[in-house]
Design a protein around this ligand. Structure first.
Ligand code: SF4
Ligand code: SF4
Length: 474
């Protein structure tokens, strides 16, 4: 079936020409009330993104995602591999929250909060405006031959982009390896840590590529969240939308003419000035309807509002609205789908709160040494050898720790350490231990024993292990 003319724009994306080449977007510099608000929020988020790895709470980095050592800090709370279930629940909450938010408010996250948009529109693009000027000057510079002016401006821009990409790569590394390590690597000198310098260079190149060349393609082609819009949005979702009823009128949009009675002619309020298209950083025409490429950046709202003001018409021809609101003037209300997501989100948050509440400061794992059976000793004593691992998740040393057998009469002997030891803060104490139990107290070859972790005789954690004995033929 052939695509109707009105839908043909969906067959291609605005940043690719008919020949399949890149159509470079030169968006006009936005200005207006939404842009001012976005700038303000961006400054706060940029400060948050850049400073978070260097802020500490109780000695813990505020945010850290050390994948290699499997250590994560979220808002100053350390999470260990043993807390993986908490991490998974937190991630699911994040996904449900974003889904709910998207169903209700569309791609608003992309325009206001996403680091890609913030760095692209509020850092790199603004440097570009500063060096190369607004849309028309940029287009002229792009078309002109490589003269002194063009070489000077482009090199200046690329060098600044590279420096900023390098700084972002360093901050990114601070999230991954921890800011203390990063600062140490810097003070030691990069050549002392070549294994870190190499990824740092790769990150720098990736960031430079994304912000200097790939740009809006990230949101249009690469971002999986963007691709989800088609499934998440419906006619009740609030998105940046063109009021086609008002804009087109009965006889469509038309350029403005002096002393013309547009109302009498049945033309809508859109004067086809194309300013909303020129300002769009993803190169689309919002008047075609909601599109995958739209990141809800609001630049077209501001631009159209200026036009409406200048021709004495009410603002809001492009505004935050749902399709239902434009068609039937229905105000926003919670749908059954949104209520369902809110219910799931509430349950998950309750679950996470409960799990955090019962989370132990110390986590013990005791496992029988692989490949070892048991040893039959004098006086009918059966001995098993185990490895133990105690994780201290707190930011202080936990002293006077001892391990005791809780379920059976017998002895527990640590190898090569005192019976009472310390687990250093945010660290692991591990070693080997023997458990000896009289055969008469065992019930067959497989027994579950419970071992308690005590601090100054106070039980702080329990764990179980399998204890092997001789087979019973009773
Ligand atoms: S800026 Fe407003 S008036 Fe101008 S083309 Fe876009 S929608 Fe129409
Ligand atoms: S259509 Fe409007 S809101 Fe969407 S990306 Fe373009 S300028 Fe931003």
């Amino acid at each position: 079936m052939e695509t109707p003319d009105s839908e043909k724009f969906r067959d291609s994306i605005g940043t690719i020409t008919e020949e399949g080449k890149r159509a470079w977007v030169f968006p006009k510099k936005p200005n207006g009330r939404y842009y001012d608000k976005r700038k303000f929020i961006s400054y706060i988020l940029l400060a948050f993104l850049l400073l978070s790895p260097f802020i500490k709470i109780n000695g813990n980095q505020f945010l850290m995602f050390n994948v290699l050592e499997r250590r994560f800090n979220i808002f100053g709370f350390p999470f260990w591999p043993q807390d993986f279930h908490l991490f998974v629940v937190t991630m699911i909450i994040g996904v449900v929250f974003i889904t709910l938010f998207t169903v209700a408010f569309g791609r608003i996250f992309c325009g206001w909060i996403c680091p890609q948009t913030i760095f692209m529109e509020m850092v790199f693009r603004r440097i570009e405006y500063w060096i190369e000027g607004d849309r028309n000057k940029q287009r002229k510079l792009d078309r002109q031959a490589w003269n002194i002016e063009k070489i000077r401006k482009r090199i200046l821009k690329w060098v600044i982009f590279l420096i900023i990409s390098f700084l972002i790569a360093n901050v990114f590394l601070a999230y991954l390896v921890g800011s203390d390590k990063l600062l140490k690597y810097i003070s030691d000198g990069p050549l002392e840590h070549l294994s870190t310098l190499f990824p740092l260079i790769i990150f720098t190149v990736v960031f430079y590529f994304v912000f200097a060349w790939f740009r809006e393609q990230v949101c249009i082609i690469a971002c999986p969240y963007g691709r989800l819009q088609g499934v998440l949005l419906d006619t009740k979702s609030i998105v940046v939308a063109y009021d086609h009823k008002r804009g087109e009128g009965e006889n469509g949009r038309k350029k403005i003419r002096k002393n013309e009675d547009r109302q009498a002619l049945g033309h809508g309020d859109c004067i086809d000035c194309l300013q909303c298209v020129h300002v769009c950083p993803t190169g689309i025409d919002i008047r075609n309807g909601t599109q995958l490429e739209c990141v809800n950046c609001t630049a077209c709202i501001d631009e159209c509002d200026h036009i409406m003001e200048s021709i004495n018409l009410p603002k809001g021809l492009i505004r935050y609205a749902s399709e239902e609101n434009i068609e039937k003037k229905v105000p926003f209300r919670l749908t059954a789908r949104m209520k369902g997501y809110i219910a799931v989100l509430s349950i998950l948050i309750g679950l996470l709160t409960g799990m955090l509440f019962i989370r132990n400061d110390v986590e013990a794992t005791i496992l029988r040494l692989p490949g070892q059976l048991y040893e039959h000793k004098d006086n009918n004593i059966i001995s098993n050898v185990f490895t133990y691992k105690l994780v201290n998740k707190t930011t202080h040393d936990i002293e006077h720790i001892s391990l005791k057998l809780m379920t059976h009469k017998g002895e527990l002997k640590l190898v090569g350490t005192n019976d009472c030891f310390t687990v250093p803060k945010q660290d692991i104490a591990e070693g080997t231990l023997f458990v000896e139990i009289n055969n008469s107290d065992l019930s067959g070859d497989r027994n579950t024993i419970e071992i308690g972790v005590y601090q100054n005789d106070q039980l702080i954690e329990t764990t179980t292990a399998n204890f092997l004995g001789p087979r019973s033929y009773k």
